[in-house]
Design a protein around this ligand. Structure first.
Ligand SMILES: [Zn+2]
Ligand SMILES: [Zn+2]
Length: 259
C-alpha cells in the first residue's frame, strides 16, 4: 500500500480518463493520493475530487509560485474557508521557483509568507515547492515558519541542502521521478534522510520515472519511485511502502482507504 503524496490528478491532462487512472492506481496498491492546488481554480477542483473520492483523494489548497501574482487576500480567505473541509489536508503547493521565474521574486516571497500564515491559522502542514531558491526558502522559513510542519516536495537539492531542510523538525523530504535518473545527488540524499521523514510522490502528470515509457506520469508510477528508494536503502519495497505510508498518514492525518 502506497500513498502518492503529490499528484495533480485534477489537471486537464487527466480529463479524458481520470476515473480509470484513479482505479488503476488503487488496484495497483496506490490507495491514497494528495492533490495540491496550483491556484484558486485548481484548489477547488482538488477539493471537488476529494469529495468525489472520499478516503482516496485528499486536497491541498494553495497558489504555485508560477501563479503567485494571482494570490490576493481574498483568495487567502477563500482558502481558509475551504481548509475547514475535512478533505483539505494541507496548504500548498506554494514556494519559490527562481528557475522559471514566472512571477517576480518579491511577489513570490510575499505570497510564500502569506501561505505560511495560512498554514498556521488552519493548523495544517505545508507543501513547499523549491526550485533554484533553496537559500531564500530556508531564510523565510527560519523567520516566519517556526513551529510549522510540512514537506519539501520533489526534493532536488544536495546533501548539505537536505541537512538544512531537516533542521525544521516538522518537515519531511519527498522524492519523485528524478530519484530514478542519473547524474544528480538524490541517491546520496535518499541514503541520509531519516526513514521517518521520507515521502514519495509522482508530481504527475510531470516527471515520469525511469524506465517507464509513457506520455504522462500518473499516481500508479509512485511505485517506481518507492522501488528505487528501497534499492538505495537496501530494503524491500514493502518496507518502504509501509514507512512512507505511515509518514504520509501522520503528516497529513489521512483517513483509512474506503475502496
Ligand atoms: Zn512543485
Ligand atoms: Zn506539483
Amino acid at each position: 500500500m502506497l500513498v502518492d503524496s503529490h499528484t495533480h490528478i485534477d489537471t486537464s491532462r487527466f480529463h479524458a480518463d481520470r476515473e480509470a487512472v484513479i482505479h488503476v492506481a488503487v488496484a495497483g496498491g496506490v490507495t491514497r493520493m494528495v492533490d495540491p492546488g496550483c491556484d484558486l481554480a485548481s484548489s477547488r477542483e482538488a477539493l471537488a475530487l476529494a469529495k468525489a473520492y472520499p478516503g482516496v483523494i485528499f486536497a491541498a489548497v494553495g497558489v504555485h509560485p508560477h501563479d503567485a501574482t494571482t494570490y490576493s487576500e481574498e483568495v487567502g480567505e477563500l482558502f481558509q474557508e475551504m481548509a475547514r473541509e475535512p478533505e483539505v489536508v494541507a496548504i500548498g503547493e506554494f514556494g519559490l521557483d527562481y528557475f522559471r521565474m514566472l512571477s517576480p521574486r518579491e511577489v513570490q516571497q510575499a505570497v510564500f509568507c502569506a501561505h505560511l500564515e495560512l498554514a498556521r491559522a488552519c493548523n495544517l502542514p505545508c507543501i513547499i515547492h523549491v526550485r533554484d531558491s533553496h537559500d531564500d526558502v530556508i531564510e523565510l522559513l527560519r523567520k516566519h515558519g517556526q513551529g510549522l510542519r510540512g514537506v519539501f516536495h520533489c526534493f532536488s537539492g544536495d546533501v548539505a541542502q537536505a541537512e538544512e531542510c531537516l533542521t525544521f523538525d516538522g518537515f519531511m523530504l519527498s522524492f519523485a521521478g528524478p530519484l530514478t535518473k542519473q547524474g544528480n545527488a538524490l541517491p546520496e540524499v535518499a541514503r541520509m534522510v531519516p526513514l521517518h521523514r521520507i515521502l514519495v510522490e509522482t508530481d504527475s502528470p510531470y516527471l515520469i520515472p525511469n524506465p517507464i515509457r509513457a506520455k504522462r506520469n500518473e499516481p500508479l508510477f509512485v511505485k517506481r519511485v518507492a522501488e528505487k528508494l528501497a534499492e538505495i536503502r537496501g530494503m524491500t519495497l514493502e518496507e518502504i511502502a509501509q514507512i512512507t505510508t505511515a509518514n504520509a498518514v501522520r503528516l497529513f492525518g489521512l483517513g483509512e482507504p474506503q475502496v
